[in-house]
Design a binder for this molecule. Structure first.
Ligand code: PLP
Length: 400
């Protein structure tokens, strides 16, 4: 078969559904924010209203809206007092912000492996990573699949370690019928352009206790308490405030999320089943305790037999040429230059970390993901993705 990457006709020429999606609700909300004449949250009402709606939606006592998801993680770590000399356990397979945030606080991120089926933090790896300096663990709900919160919460409680959820992929997800705001830990979200709801940039923290809100607020606003007019700064914090335009757009985006999630759940069921029939293709698995998965990414891995020595990025390039929005996976965090800048005393060398994290290694080299907009269409979109994957895998040359 003549691959598009070699000049042949692509499987798909019509675009997938656009992302982000918006309509007159976003437009109306933006104009309302504009007409307030107060464009920062301290003078306006959109960000505060969004916080209440976002908290209620997730069953959390309170939420703080913030500039982005990376800052949400930094703020959560700041709130629990993480600093130099501390260690925070993170999954090796995640977007770099999970470990960057720890480094920003002067602490050491300690990577552990993920499970081969769900791609989420392996609770069985926690014991070996724990030291007297371990302060927190950050499970990531990867691609919308909620990490094993039962095991992670139980382990953390046993050892006095704080859990912070990185929920940047998991807006609206459910774990054994519970919403992420009902799990008793801070959960951090991103509203960056590609995320499941977006204002271009933005983030939020769900707080397990409403009494944490004043502290969180001060720490996201130059250490300035709510309502302060006399420059009584209580902490040397940064400015992570979200503006009113972001808050206004996010209120509209939140209302649209449940319908989109339902559609993605339905389409992923079909896509995963059909991809699994292509020899050598293994879609991301599902822990049945994750009752609702909003599917930030459609992820799968390729077995060595079909890759025949290629790395997955060759397949990604070929899929893109076929008209499929495909992306390479995150490398394990310890394979980035960023990871090794700053204190890392006590961490094994990269090669030893790699030995401890075989699943993260495999995901980095043999896995890939498709943008969730492939799940927002219908049967034809699923059929085209499946056809493109099958075509690319059968058309790869026999030798690299
Ligand atoms: C996107 C993302 C973040 C960071 O969010 P930004 O808003 O881009 O700063 C953090 N963690 C994970 C897992 C992400 O995918």
């Amino acid at each position: 078969m003549n691959l598009a990457v070699h000049g042949g006709p692509p499987v798909r020429t019509t675009p997938f559904p656009e992302w982000p999606q918006f309509d007159d609700t976003e437009r109306t909300n933006l104009l309302r924010a504009l007409d307030q004449g107060q464009w920062w949250r301290v003078g306006g009402s959109e960000v505060s209203a969004f916080e209440e709606e976002f908290a209620a939606f997730h069953g959390a006592p309170a939420a703080l809206a913030i500039s982005n998801g990376t800052h949400a993680l930094e703020l959560a770590l700041e709130m629990i007092g993480v600093g130099p000399g501390d260690e925070v356990i993170v999954p090796a397979f995640t977007f770099i912000s999970t470990s960057n945030a720890v480094q920003r606080l002067g602490a050491v991120p300690v990577p552990v492996d993920v499970l081969s089926d769900t791609y989420c933090l392996d609770p069985a790896a926690l014991d070996a990573a724990r030291t007297a300096r371990t302060r927190a663990v950050i499970p990531v709900h990867l691609a919308g699949q909620v990490a094993d919160m039962d095991a992670i919460d139980a382990w953390a409680a046993r050892h006095g370690v704080v859990v912070i959820q990185d929920a940047a992929h998991a807006h609206g997800a459910l774990w054994r019928g519970r919403r992420l705001g009902e799990l008793g830990s801070i959960a951090c979200f991103s509203f960056q352009n590609g995320k499941l709801m977006t204002a271009g940039e933005g983030g939020a923290l769900l707080l397990p206790d409403a009494e944490m809100y004043p502290d969180a607020f001060a720490r996201h606003s130059c250490g300035r308490p709510i309502g302060d007019t006399h420059y009584r700064h209580t902490t040397p914090s940064s400015n992570f405030r979200l503006g009113e335009f972001g808050g206004a757009v996010l209120r509209a985006q939140l209302a649209r999320l449940p319908g989109q999630t339902e559609r993605r759940e339905e389409q992923w069921k079909h896509l995963a089943a059909e991809l699994a029939e292509i020899p050598g293709v293994v879609p991301q698995g599902r822990d049945s305790r994750c009752d609702l998965n909003p599917h930030y990414m459609a992820m799968f891995t390729l077995e060595p037999g079909v890759l025949r020595g290629f790395a997955a990025d060759r397949v990604v390039d070929a899929l893109k040429a076929e008209g499929i929005p495909a992306f390479v996976n995150y490398p394990p965090v310890y394979r980035t230059q960023a990871f090794w800048i700053g204190p890392h005393a006590g961490l094994p060398a990269a090669e030893e970390l790699a030995e401890r994290c075989p699943n993260s290694e495999l995901l980095g080299s043999s896995g890939l993901w498709l943008h969730h907009r492939v799940l927002l269409g219908g049967e034809q979109e699923v059929a085209d993705v499946v056809a493109a994957v099958a075509k690319v895998l059968s058309g790869l040359p026999g030798t690299p």
